[in-house]
Design a protein around this ligand. Structure first.
Ligand SMILES: [Ca+2]
Ligand SMILES: [Ca+2]
Ligand SMILES: [Ca+2]
Ligand SMILES: [Ca+2]
Length: 396
Protein backbone atom coordinates (compact mmCIF):
# COMPACT_ATOMS: atom_id res chain seq x y z
CA UNK A 1 0.00 0.00 0.00
CA UNK A 2 1.43 3.37 -1.03
CA UNK A 3 1.46 6.45 1.13
CA UNK A 4 -1.46 7.94 -0.74
CA UNK A 5 -3.50 4.77 -0.41
CA UNK A 6 -2.81 4.66 3.31
CA UNK A 7 -4.01 8.23 3.50
CA UNK A 8 -7.27 7.41 1.76
CA UNK A 9 -7.81 4.43 4.03
CA UNK A 10 -7.22 6.58 7.10
CA UNK A 11 -9.53 9.27 5.77
CA UNK A 12 -12.30 6.73 5.33
CA UNK A 13 -11.81 5.37 8.83
CA UNK A 14 -11.80 8.87 10.32
CA UNK A 15 -14.95 9.80 8.43
CA UNK A 16 -16.82 6.88 9.94
CA UNK A 17 -15.58 7.64 13.42
CA UNK A 18 -16.42 11.32 13.23
CA UNK A 19 -19.83 10.75 11.74
CA UNK A 20 -20.75 8.64 14.73
CA UNK A 21 -19.22 10.88 17.38
CA UNK A 22 -20.24 14.41 16.55
CA UNK A 23 -20.76 16.91 13.78
CA UNK A 24 -17.30 16.71 12.31
CA UNK A 25 -15.23 19.75 11.75
CA UNK A 26 -13.63 18.95 8.45
CA UNK A 27 -9.97 18.55 7.87
CA UNK A 28 -8.85 21.97 6.85
CA UNK A 29 -5.13 21.65 6.62
CA UNK A 30 -4.87 23.52 9.90
CA UNK A 31 -4.03 22.26 13.35
CA UNK A 32 -3.33 18.59 13.83
CA UNK A 33 -5.07 15.37 12.86
CA UNK A 34 -8.10 17.26 11.60
CA UNK A 35 -8.48 19.26 14.80
CA UNK A 36 -8.21 22.74 13.36
CA UNK A 37 -6.97 24.68 16.40
CA UNK A 38 -9.05 27.60 15.18
CA UNK A 39 -10.12 28.81 18.60
CA UNK A 40 -7.92 30.85 20.89
CA UNK A 41 -9.33 28.70 23.70
CA UNK A 42 -7.87 25.47 22.30
CA UNK A 43 -5.50 23.54 24.54
CA UNK A 44 -3.44 20.38 24.00
CA UNK A 45 -2.12 17.87 26.55
CA UNK A 46 -0.14 14.64 26.21
CA UNK A 47 -1.99 11.53 27.42
CA UNK A 48 -1.48 7.78 27.75
CA UNK A 49 -4.74 6.88 26.01
CA UNK A 50 -4.05 3.16 25.67
CA UNK A 51 -2.26 2.54 28.99
CA UNK A 52 0.98 1.65 27.25
CA UNK A 53 3.03 3.63 29.76
CA UNK A 54 3.70 6.24 27.08
CA UNK A 55 2.11 9.66 26.77
CA UNK A 56 1.98 9.31 23.01
CA UNK A 57 -1.55 10.54 22.35
CA UNK A 58 -2.70 14.15 22.28
CA UNK A 59 -5.89 15.48 23.83
CA UNK A 60 -7.14 18.63 22.07
CA UNK A 61 -10.00 20.46 23.73
CA UNK A 62 -11.91 23.70 23.57
CA UNK A 63 -13.21 24.85 26.95
CA UNK A 64 -16.66 26.42 26.79
CA UNK A 65 -17.81 24.45 23.76
CA UNK A 66 -17.79 20.75 24.67
CA UNK A 67 -15.30 19.98 21.89
CA UNK A 68 -12.65 17.40 22.73
CA UNK A 69 -10.64 15.13 20.46
CA UNK A 70 -7.99 12.55 21.21
CA UNK A 71 -5.40 11.94 18.50
CA UNK A 72 -3.24 8.94 17.79
CA UNK A 73 0.01 9.15 15.88
CA UNK A 74 0.88 6.63 13.20
CA UNK A 75 4.28 7.52 11.87
CA UNK A 76 3.61 11.24 11.87
CA UNK A 77 0.05 10.93 10.60
CA UNK A 78 -2.35 12.05 13.32
CA UNK A 79 -5.97 10.95 13.38
CA UNK A 80 -8.73 10.99 15.99
CA UNK A 81 -9.49 7.96 18.14
CA UNK A 82 -12.08 10.01 20.01
CA UNK A 83 -13.98 13.09 18.90
CA UNK A 84 -16.88 14.79 20.63
CA UNK A 85 -18.60 18.14 20.71
CA UNK A 86 -20.53 17.23 23.85
CA UNK A 87 -17.74 16.79 26.32
CA UNK A 88 -16.41 13.48 27.59
CA UNK A 89 -17.45 10.94 30.20
CA UNK A 90 -20.43 13.02 31.32
CA UNK A 91 -18.34 16.17 31.76
CA UNK A 92 -19.85 18.75 29.42
CA UNK A 93 -16.78 20.98 28.98
CA UNK A 94 -19.11 23.93 28.58
CA UNK A 95 -17.29 26.37 30.82
CA UNK A 96 -14.54 28.58 29.44
CA UNK A 97 -12.69 27.87 32.71
CA UNK A 98 -12.49 24.11 32.17
CA UNK A 99 -9.06 22.53 32.27
CA UNK A 100 -7.82 18.98 31.75
CA UNK A 101 -4.71 17.21 33.06
CA UNK A 102 -3.46 13.63 32.75
CA UNK A 103 -3.33 11.79 36.08
CA UNK A 104 -2.16 8.43 37.45
CA UNK A 105 -5.36 7.80 39.40
CA UNK A 106 -4.73 4.13 40.04
CA UNK A 107 -0.99 4.37 40.81
CA UNK A 108 -0.15 2.14 37.87
CA UNK A 109 2.75 4.34 36.86
CA UNK A 110 0.80 5.31 33.75
CA UNK A 111 -0.80 8.69 33.10
CA UNK A 112 -3.88 7.04 31.71
CA UNK A 113 -6.70 8.85 33.46
CA UNK A 114 -7.98 12.32 32.67
CA UNK A 115 -8.87 14.82 35.37
CA UNK A 116 -11.22 17.60 34.29
CA UNK A 117 -11.94 20.52 36.54
CA UNK A 118 -13.73 23.84 36.59
CA UNK A 119 -11.96 26.52 38.63
CA UNK A 120 -14.59 28.73 40.23
CA UNK A 121 -17.32 26.22 39.44
CA UNK A 122 -16.34 23.34 41.70
CA UNK A 123 -16.65 20.49 39.20
CA UNK A 124 -13.99 17.77 39.27
CA UNK A 125 -14.25 14.58 37.21
CA UNK A 126 -11.71 11.82 36.83
CA UNK A 127 -12.23 9.60 33.80
CA UNK A 128 -11.06 6.12 33.00
CA UNK A 129 -10.78 4.86 29.45
CA UNK A 130 -12.57 1.56 29.11
CA UNK A 131 -12.01 0.34 25.57
CA UNK A 132 -12.42 3.82 24.15
CA UNK A 133 -15.42 4.77 26.27
CA UNK A 134 -14.64 7.23 29.04
CA UNK A 135 -16.36 6.65 32.34
CA UNK A 136 -16.07 8.66 35.55
CA UNK A 137 -14.30 7.04 38.50
CA UNK A 138 -14.75 10.30 40.37
CA UNK A 139 -17.38 12.97 39.76
CA UNK A 140 -18.04 15.94 42.00
CA UNK A 141 -19.70 19.32 41.69
CA UNK A 142 -18.00 20.77 44.72
CA UNK A 143 -14.31 20.10 44.52
CA UNK A 144 -12.22 17.17 45.67
CA UNK A 145 -10.83 15.94 48.98
CA UNK A 146 -12.25 18.93 50.84
CA UNK A 147 -10.76 21.45 48.41
CA UNK A 148 -13.73 23.39 47.09
CA UNK A 149 -12.37 24.50 43.69
CA UNK A 150 -14.42 27.64 44.19
CA UNK A 151 -11.90 30.18 42.91
CA UNK A 152 -11.48 30.89 39.21
CA UNK A 153 -7.72 30.97 39.86
CA UNK A 154 -7.51 27.39 41.15
CA UNK A 155 -4.97 25.19 39.41
CA UNK A 156 -4.30 21.45 39.66
CA UNK A 157 -1.22 19.44 38.70
CA UNK A 158 -0.29 15.79 39.18
CA UNK A 159 2.63 15.36 41.59
CA UNK A 160 4.86 12.57 42.87
CA UNK A 161 4.48 13.58 46.51
CA UNK A 162 6.07 10.52 48.03
CA UNK A 163 8.81 9.85 45.50
CA UNK A 164 7.24 6.60 44.33
CA UNK A 165 7.91 7.39 40.70
CA UNK A 166 4.17 7.80 40.14
CA UNK A 167 2.31 11.06 39.69
CA UNK A 168 -0.60 9.84 41.75
CA UNK A 169 -1.06 12.77 44.09
CA UNK A 170 -2.72 16.06 43.20
CA UNK A 171 -1.38 19.50 44.03
CA UNK A 172 -4.02 22.21 44.11
CA UNK A 173 -3.07 25.85 44.37
CA UNK A 174 -4.81 29.19 44.47
CA UNK A 175 -2.30 31.81 43.36
CA UNK A 176 -2.91 35.18 44.98
CA UNK A 177 -4.49 33.63 48.07
CA UNK A 178 -1.54 31.57 49.27
CA UNK A 179 -3.57 28.37 49.41
CA UNK A 180 -1.90 25.08 48.52
CA UNK A 181 -3.17 21.55 49.14
CA UNK A 182 -1.83 18.14 48.24
CA UNK A 183 -4.27 15.23 48.04
CA UNK A 184 -3.67 11.52 48.31
CA UNK A 185 -5.97 8.95 46.81
CA UNK A 186 -6.77 5.86 48.85
CA UNK A 187 -9.07 3.57 46.92
CA UNK A 188 -10.91 6.47 45.35
CA UNK A 189 -11.17 8.59 48.48
CA UNK A 190 -9.16 11.78 48.31
CA UNK A 191 -7.82 13.48 51.43
CA UNK A 192 -5.20 16.13 52.11
CA UNK A 193 -1.66 15.20 53.12
CA UNK A 194 -0.79 18.87 52.96
CA UNK A 195 -3.15 21.81 53.39
CA UNK A 196 -2.00 25.35 53.94
CA UNK A 197 -4.05 28.13 55.39
CA UNK A 198 -4.62 31.19 53.23
CA UNK A 199 -1.37 33.09 52.86
CA UNK A 200 0.84 30.22 53.96
CA UNK A 201 1.63 28.81 50.52
CA UNK A 202 4.10 25.96 50.54
CA UNK A 203 7.66 25.62 51.88
CA UNK A 204 7.71 29.33 52.84
CA UNK A 205 6.79 30.34 49.29
CA UNK A 206 3.75 32.48 50.01
CA UNK A 207 1.92 32.05 46.72
CA UNK A 208 0.39 35.49 47.21
CA UNK A 209 0.66 36.71 43.63
CA UNK A 210 -2.00 35.78 41.11
CA UNK A 211 0.89 35.31 38.66
CA UNK A 212 2.40 32.48 40.75
CA UNK A 213 2.64 29.09 39.10
CA UNK A 214 3.93 25.75 40.39
CA UNK A 215 5.33 22.90 38.31
CA UNK A 216 6.64 19.48 39.32
CA UNK A 217 10.30 18.91 38.45
CA UNK A 218 12.91 16.18 38.66
CA UNK A 219 15.47 18.42 40.33
CA UNK A 220 17.84 15.66 41.33
CA UNK A 221 17.55 13.49 38.20
CA UNK A 222 16.06 10.49 39.96
CA UNK A 223 13.43 9.94 37.30
CA UNK A 224 10.77 11.15 39.72
CA UNK A 225 8.88 14.44 39.53
CA UNK A 226 9.13 14.90 43.28
CA UNK A 227 10.34 18.47 43.57
CA UNK A 228 8.27 21.59 43.06
CA UNK A 229 9.21 24.78 41.25
CA UNK A 230 7.11 27.77 42.27
CA UNK A 231 7.80 30.90 40.22
CA UNK A 232 6.43 34.39 39.68
CA UNK A 233 6.66 35.64 36.09
CA UNK A 234 7.57 39.30 35.81
CA UNK A 235 9.55 39.43 39.04
CA UNK A 236 12.54 37.10 38.71
CA UNK A 237 11.32 35.03 41.64
CA UNK A 238 11.78 31.28 41.30
CA UNK A 239 12.33 28.60 43.96
CA UNK A 240 12.83 24.87 44.03
CA UNK A 241 11.28 22.96 46.94
CA UNK A 242 12.16 19.53 48.22
CA UNK A 243 9.83 17.36 50.24
CA UNK A 244 11.23 15.48 53.23
CA UNK A 245 8.48 13.43 54.83
CA UNK A 246 5.85 16.04 54.13
CA UNK A 247 7.96 19.05 55.08
CA UNK A 248 8.75 21.30 52.15
CA UNK A 249 11.87 23.44 52.12
CA UNK A 250 13.84 25.31 49.51
CA UNK A 251 16.86 23.86 47.79
CA UNK A 252 17.07 26.74 45.33
CA UNK A 253 16.00 30.32 45.78
CA UNK A 254 16.34 33.34 43.54
CA UNK A 255 14.86 36.78 43.08
CA UNK A 256 16.67 37.41 39.82
CA UNK A 257 15.74 34.49 37.67
CA UNK A 258 17.53 31.23 37.07
CA UNK A 259 20.55 30.22 34.97
CA UNK A 260 20.82 33.85 33.78
CA UNK A 261 17.20 33.81 32.51
CA UNK A 262 15.78 36.88 34.23
CA UNK A 263 12.12 35.84 34.42
CA UNK A 264 11.20 39.52 34.28
CA UNK A 265 8.32 39.24 31.83
CA UNK A 266 4.81 38.48 32.98
CA UNK A 267 4.59 36.25 29.89
CA UNK A 268 7.33 33.89 31.09
CA UNK A 269 6.47 30.23 31.45
CA UNK A 270 8.51 27.35 32.88
CA UNK A 271 8.27 23.66 31.95
CA UNK A 272 10.07 20.52 33.11
CA UNK A 273 11.56 18.71 30.11
CA UNK A 274 13.51 15.58 29.25
CA UNK A 275 16.07 17.50 27.22
CA UNK A 276 18.68 14.78 27.06
CA UNK A 277 16.34 11.87 26.36
CA UNK A 278 17.18 10.02 29.56
CA UNK A 279 13.60 9.47 30.58
CA UNK A 280 14.02 12.13 33.28
CA UNK A 281 12.33 15.52 33.21
CA UNK A 282 15.34 17.12 34.84
CA UNK A 283 15.82 20.15 32.61
CA UNK A 284 13.83 23.37 32.57
CA UNK A 285 12.41 25.17 29.55
CA UNK A 286 11.83 28.89 30.06
CA UNK A 287 10.09 30.76 27.28
CA UNK A 288 8.44 34.09 26.61
CA UNK A 289 5.65 33.78 24.07
CA UNK A 290 5.36 36.84 21.85
CA UNK A 291 9.10 37.51 21.81
CA UNK A 292 10.78 34.45 20.30
CA UNK A 293 12.78 33.93 23.50
CA UNK A 294 13.30 30.36 24.70
CA UNK A 295 16.02 28.90 26.90
CA UNK A 296 16.69 25.46 28.30
CA UNK A 297 18.63 24.88 31.49
CA UNK A 298 20.50 21.98 32.97
CA UNK A 299 21.03 21.56 36.69
CA UNK A 300 24.45 20.48 37.96
CA UNK A 301 24.36 20.17 41.74
CA UNK A 302 22.00 23.09 42.14
CA UNK A 303 23.70 25.36 39.61
CA UNK A 304 21.56 26.02 36.58
CA UNK A 305 23.11 26.84 33.22
CA UNK A 306 21.85 27.04 29.66
CA UNK A 307 22.10 24.18 27.23
CA UNK A 308 19.87 25.85 24.65
CA UNK A 309 19.48 29.53 24.03
CA UNK A 310 17.41 31.59 21.64
CA UNK A 311 17.31 35.31 22.33
CA UNK A 312 14.42 36.15 20.04
CA UNK A 313 14.33 33.86 17.04
CA UNK A 314 12.21 31.08 18.47
CA UNK A 315 13.16 27.45 17.98
CA UNK A 316 13.72 25.28 14.90
CA UNK A 317 12.08 27.83 12.64
CA UNK A 318 9.03 28.32 14.85
CA UNK A 319 9.18 32.03 15.60
CA UNK A 320 7.31 32.01 18.93
CA UNK A 321 6.12 35.55 18.24
CA UNK A 322 2.49 35.13 19.26
CA UNK A 323 1.64 35.99 22.83
CA UNK A 324 -0.49 32.86 23.08
CA UNK A 325 2.07 30.37 21.76
CA UNK A 326 2.10 27.22 23.87
CA UNK A 327 4.65 24.42 24.31
CA UNK A 328 4.24 20.93 25.70
CA UNK A 329 6.59 17.96 25.95
CA UNK A 330 5.25 14.93 24.06
CA UNK A 331 6.27 11.32 23.41
CA UNK A 332 5.99 11.63 19.63
CA UNK A 333 7.94 8.48 18.87
CA UNK A 334 6.44 6.30 21.60
CA UNK A 335 9.72 5.45 23.29
CA UNK A 336 8.38 6.29 26.72
CA UNK A 337 10.25 9.60 26.93
CA UNK A 338 8.65 13.03 26.74
CA UNK A 339 11.48 14.34 24.60
CA UNK A 340 9.68 15.94 21.67
CA UNK A 341 8.00 19.32 21.88
CA UNK A 342 4.61 20.33 20.51
CA UNK A 343 4.49 24.07 19.84
CA UNK A 344 1.15 25.49 18.84
CA UNK A 345 -0.78 28.69 18.36
CA UNK A 346 -4.43 28.31 19.29
CA UNK A 347 -6.73 30.38 17.11
CA UNK A 348 -4.29 30.32 14.21
CA UNK A 349 -4.33 26.60 13.41
CA UNK A 350 -0.57 26.38 13.78
CA UNK A 351 0.94 23.23 15.25
CA UNK A 352 4.52 22.03 14.95
CA UNK A 353 6.28 19.11 16.57
CA UNK A 354 10.02 19.35 17.17
CA UNK A 355 12.57 16.63 17.66
CA UNK A 356 15.76 17.17 19.62
CA UNK A 357 18.89 15.47 18.35
CA UNK A 358 21.69 16.21 20.77
CA UNK A 359 20.56 19.76 21.32
CA UNK A 360 19.62 20.53 17.73
CA UNK A 361 15.89 20.99 17.30
CA UNK A 362 14.14 20.44 13.99
CA UNK A 363 10.50 19.99 12.97
CA UNK A 364 9.02 16.57 12.32
CA UNK A 365 5.50 17.94 11.87
CA UNK A 366 4.39 21.31 10.57
CA UNK A 367 0.85 22.46 10.00
CA UNK A 368 0.51 24.70 8.12
CA UNK A 369 3.85 25.90 6.86
CA UNK A 370 5.00 28.83 4.79
CA UNK A 371 7.53 26.37 3.41
CA UNK A 372 4.70 24.43 1.84
CA UNK A 373 2.77 25.17 -1.33
CA UNK A 374 0.49 28.00 -0.22
CA UNK A 375 -1.84 27.49 -3.16
CA UNK A 376 -2.89 24.10 -1.82
CA UNK A 377 -3.09 24.58 1.93
CA UNK A 378 -5.75 21.90 2.31
CA UNK A 379 -3.29 19.06 2.48
CA UNK A 380 -1.50 17.37 5.27
CA UNK A 381 2.23 17.08 5.32
CA UNK A 382 4.98 15.62 7.34
CA UNK A 383 8.37 17.21 7.45
CA UNK A 384 11.16 14.75 6.78
CA UNK A 385 14.82 15.41 6.13
CA UNK A 386 14.17 19.11 5.62
CA UNK A 387 11.51 18.46 3.00
CA UNK A 388 7.77 18.73 3.30
CA UNK A 389 6.11 15.56 2.10
CA UNK A 390 2.40 15.44 1.34
CA UNK A 391 0.87 12.36 2.89
CA UNK A 392 -2.78 12.85 2.10
CA UNK A 393 -5.13 14.73 -0.16
CA UNK A 394 -7.81 16.50 1.77
CA UNK A 395 -10.88 14.23 1.59
CA UNK A 396 -12.91 17.35 0.94
CA1 LIG B 1 0.14 5.35 25.14
CA1 LIG C 1 -2.61 4.99 35.88
CA1 LIG D 1 13.45 13.68 41.52
CA1 LIG E 1 9.84 10.08 23.01
Amino acid sequence: MGIRQIGKWLALGCGLLLASASPARAQTGLGIGGYDLSSAADRIIAFDYNSSGKQDHLVCYRPGTGVIWILQNSGGRFSPVFASSNGIGGYDLKSANDLIIPFDYDSSGKMDHLLLYRPGGGAVYILKNVSGAFVPVYASGNGIGGYNMAASTDLVIPFDYNGSGKQDHLLLSRPGNGICWILQNVAGTFSPVYASAAGAGIGSYNLMSTADRIIAFDYNSTGKLDHLVPYRPGTGIIWVLQNVNGTFSMVFYSTDGIGSYNLMSTADQVLAYDYSGTGKQDHLILFRPGTGIIWMLQNVNGTFSMVFWSGGTGIAGYNLTATNDQILPFDYDGDGKLDHLVVYRPGAGICWILQNVQGTFSPVYIQPSSLLDASTPAKEYIYLNDKAVAIENNPQ
